[in-house]
Design a protein around this ligand. Structure first.
Ligand SMILES: [Zn+2]
Ligand SMILES: [Zn+2]
Length: 288
C-alpha cells in the first residue's frame, strides 16, 4: 500500500466460504501492510433453486459450493459461528476487524422478509449488494452462463443483468454495490449499446444514496482496468455517488492489490466523493 487515502479494505473472503486464508491470517496481513481496518465480507447467497442452477456443478467441481445456501437457516448456520469467530479474533488483534457480507439480492417478498430477519440477528457492520445471478427463462443463471449462451440469449441475459443491478440498488438495502459491470470479466457488455442500461442502473444507485466500489480484482495483463469501466465511473462521478476501493481478496496476497492504480483511475474519471469508514458505519447503523 502506497501513501494512499484509504487505509481500510472491506471486501474480502475467507476460508469456509470461497477464500483461501483464515480471518486471522487476513487480519495479520492487512495490519502488516498498514491498514487500520479490514472487513470480512463473505458471500450470503440464499435461493431455494441455487443447487439446480446451471452453474452449480462447476462451483462444486471447483470446491466453492460452500457459499451457496438453499435456505436462510443454512446461511445462518454458516454466518453465526463465522461472526462469533471474528469477534473472538478481534479481542487479540491490533487491527480493527469488521463483519460484512456480500449479498446476492433476489426479488421476492419471501426472500426480502427472511433477509431482514437475518440481518436483525447477525447485525453486520455493512452489506455489499451484488448480482452474480439472473433469473432467465425459468432458470437461475450465473453471469458465467452468459458466455455459454447464443448471442441472442446472451444479450437478453445481459439486459436482465443490468435490470437486476438496478433492482438491487432500488432495494435500498446495501451500503454499496460490488463490481458493477461484472460480465466484463467474460469480455461481455463492452459495446456502446449497453450505455443506456448502465445509466439507468447508475441513476438508481444515486437515487437510493448507495455507494459503489472500484473493484481491483479484475486487473490482469489483458484487461488492465478495474470494475467499473471508465464510462461508468465518469457517470458515477457526475452523480456524486460515494466510492470506495475494494480488492475483493480471496487470499492474503491479494489484499490491497492495485489500490494505487485504482486511486489514479478514480481521479482520471473525476471521482472526488470517497466513502470514509465512519460514514460507512453510520450508514449501517441507520439501516441495519
Ligand atoms: Zn462478487
Ligand atoms: Zn467478493
Amino acid at each position: 500500500m502506497g501513501k494512499f487515502i484509504q487505509d481500510f479494505t472491506l471486501h474480502t473472503h475467507t476460508v469456509g466460504f470461497d477464500g483461501h486464508n483464515t480471518v486471522q491470517e487476513m487480519a495479520e496481513k492487512a495490519s502488516s501492510m498498514g491498514f487500520s481496518t479490514i472487513g470480512i465480507s463473505n458471500h450470503f447467497i440464499v435461493h431455494p433453486e441455487i443447487k439446480r442452477s446451471r452453474f452449480y456443478s462447476s462451483a462444486l467441481q471447483r470446491g466453492y459450493d460452500a457459499i451457496y445456501s438453499e435456505s436462510f437457516d443454512q446461511a445462518m448456520e454458516r454466518f453465526q459461528p463465522h461472526y462469533e469467530e471474528i469477534e473472538k479474533i478481534q479481542k487479540f488483534s491490533r487491527i480493527r476487524i469488521l463483519r460484512g457480507m456480500e449479498v446476492d439480492f433476489f426479488e421476492d417478498e419471501k426472500w426480502f422478509a427472511s433477509f431482514e430477519r437475518a440481518i436483525k440477528i447477525l447485525k453486520p457492520d455493512y452489506i455489499i449488494g451484488s448480482s452474480h445471478f439472473v433469473y432467465y427463462d425459468g432458470y437461475l443463471c450465473n453471469v458465467h452462463d452468459i458466455n455459454n449462451a447464443d448471442a441472442c440469449t446472451g444479450d437478453g441475459m445481459l439486459q436482465m443483468y443490468w435490470d437486476k443491478v438496478r433492482t438491487v440498488a432500488e432495494s435500498g438495502l446495501f451500503t454499496w454495490m460490488a463490481h458493477l459491470d461484472l460480465p466484463k470479466k467474460l469480455g461481455l457488455g463492452r459495446e456502446d449499446k449497453w450505455r443506456a442500461a448502465e445509466s439507468r442502473a447508475v441513476k438508481a444507485i444515486a437515487d437510493t444514496k448507495t455507494g459503489i466500489e472500484i473493484n481491483t480484482g479484475l486487473y490482469a495483463p489483458d484487461i488492465y482496468e478495474p470494475y467499473p469501466s471508465e464510462r461508468i465511473l465518469k457517470q458515477v462521478a457526475e452523480h456524486d455517488i460515494p466510492v470506495l476501493i475494494s480488492d475483493d481478496s480471496h487470499k492474503i496476497e491479494q489484499i490491497g492489490r492495485h489500490f494505487d492504480e485504482a486511486a489514479e483511475f478514480a481521479q482520471k474519471c473525476g471521482v472526488d466523493n470517497f466513502m470514509n469508514l465512519q460514514k460507512i458505519l453510520d450508514f449501517s447503523k441507520e439501516t441495519i
